[in-house]
Design a protein around this ligand. Structure first.
Ligand code: IMP
Length: 430
């Protein structure tokens, strides 16, 4: 039986929500393995709208187990808010359907404040983070001073761990000319949300192992996109976690063999939120047109997304670094009506043609895209549920992309409506 990992193959916002929702209906367990509440997606089920940032998508479906793995950074205040909001919409959330790894790191208010403080201080060089404290929380994790979810079970030692954390943070705050934090205050604040976290704690690696033995279908739900990966993305304009599919294993406590099929999600064009290189960006009328038609505004921050042509070099690279076996191509219908569509097929760098994206920040900023121009299509592809319902030119476009990215399109999404999907390969049937 196949366990599926779903990852974004661009800079996030590829339309994972719809695909993950479709897959989670068929999974027994849905696992988040990286990131935190910087992610955001909207699920529409039976006409009801649910907004999720931290909780796995399975949470809105009865009978599914949702797991927050050790690779996630958990803001307990946000967790409490998201749980309350879903409960007020009639969703039942308890230990039967939600578990949180006891070795996940916490995001505290001090992380959020530091994230914002740093971005403000960076001026034009800012990353354009979501301001959720994601980066600072991961820094404390690898700095071996994080407060972890499981620390909330051991109150005798918690105070000491807070002091260890504040030794570092108060030095930073002094550097910024800000008042220092008081350990007892941080402790008291944590006590307000302790129960919310503790209720769901579990050694989830063990639970997942049991699920695997029981031949349950596991869906690993990635957040952000591969081009935002801390190692393989457009560093330093990235998020602070590994977003590649390999993290599904690390961030949940399962070995690499737990994932048998990797599905990458890519839009038929490209978007990016925040700063950083974007070779095929169209900061012009075309980009504006795509943004309007594609409703390209951030779900978490409401920021307008930068828009541009499909970059086959970047998506191919994402496919390789994540071992993606099939692509779910989304938002093809947004391109309906364009006279001409361009695809970035290679770059020029310092007078030479290259077909991989360089790793240095400076070279990334210098590459010039080489485009292949493609005739657009007049008819609508929106709502198509089979290849024959697609304009011939749109089919050609998809086939052309498959060739360039060296990966088959397993699924084609032609509108936000869940049934407007053309399925070539069922990711769970391996
Ligand atoms: P952070 O994850 O808040 O540290 O933000 C780092 C970078 O990742 C910024 O460019 C954000 O815009 C981007 N980012 C983080 N989460 C998402 C997401 O879910 N979708 C798209 N971009 C994201």
């Amino acid at each position: 039986m196949a366990n599926v990992a779903v990852v974004g193959a661009q800079w996030g916002d590829e339309g994972k929500g719809k695909i993950v929702d479709w897959l989670s209906e068929r999974a027994d367990v849905v696992v988040r393995f990286q990131g935190g509440h910087n992610a955001g997606h909207t699920l529409v089920i039976d006409g009801k709208v649910y907004k999720l940032s931290l909780l796995p998508s399975g949470i809105v479906r009865p009978g599914k187990l949702s797991v927050i793995g050790n690779g996630v950074v958990v803001d307990p205040w946000h967790l409490a808010k998201e749980i309350d909001s879903l409960k007020s919409q009639g969703i039942v959330i308890n230990r039967d359907n939600l578990r949180i790894a006891e070795n996940a790191s916490l995001i505290l208010p001090l992380h959020r404040e530091l994230d914002i403080l740093r971005e403000e201080a960076a001026g034009a060089a800012k990353i354009g983070t979501t301001g959720r404290g994601i980066g600072p929380a991961y820094e404390d994790k690898v700095g071996r001073r994080a407060i972890r979810t499981g620390d909330l079970l051991d109150l005798q030692n918690l105070r000491g761990k807070i002091d260890r954390l504040l030794l570092h943070h108060n030095a930073l705050l002094r550097g910024f000319g800000k008042p220092e934090l008081d350990g007892q205050k941080v402790y008291d604040e944590l006590m307000q949300v302790r129960d919310t976290v503790v209720t769901y704690l579990d050694p989830v690696w063990h639970l997942l192992d049991e699920m695997k033995k029981g031949r349950k279908r596991i869906l690993f739900e990635g957040a952000q996109g591969i081009l935002l990966d801390i190692d393989h993305g457009t560093y330093p304009y990235v998020t602070s976690s590994n977003t590649i599919a390999g993290q599904a294993a690390n961030g949940s406590g399962m070995g690499p063999s737990a994932v048998s099929y990797v599905l990458g999600i890519a839009k038929a064009y490209t978007t990016r939120v925040g700063s950083g290189p974007f070779p095929s960006e169209q900061a012009n009328d075309i980009g504006e047109w795509i943004g309007q038609r594609g409703k390209e505004f951030g779900t978490v921050t409401g920021r307008k997304r930068r828009c541009g042509w499909f970059d086959a070099v970047l998506v191919r690279q994402a496919i390789k670094t994540s071992g993606i076996q099939g692509i779910a191509l989304t938002k093809l219908d947004v391109l309906d009506g364009l006279e001409e569509i361009k695809v970035c097929v290679a770059y020029m760098l310092d007078g030479k043609r290259i077909d991989i994206f360089p790793s240095s920040e400076e070279a990334q900023a210098r590459v010039e895209p080489i485009y292949q121009s493609f005739e657009g299509w007049k008819d609508s592809s929106a709502g198509a549920r089979s290849w024959t319902q697609l304009p011939a030119q749109a089919v050609k476009y998809v086939r052309y992309l498959e060739e360039l990215i060296e990966c088959p399109v397993a699924l084609l999404s032609t509108s936000p409506e869940r049934n407007d999907t053309i399925l070539m390969k069922d990711p769970f049937e391996d």
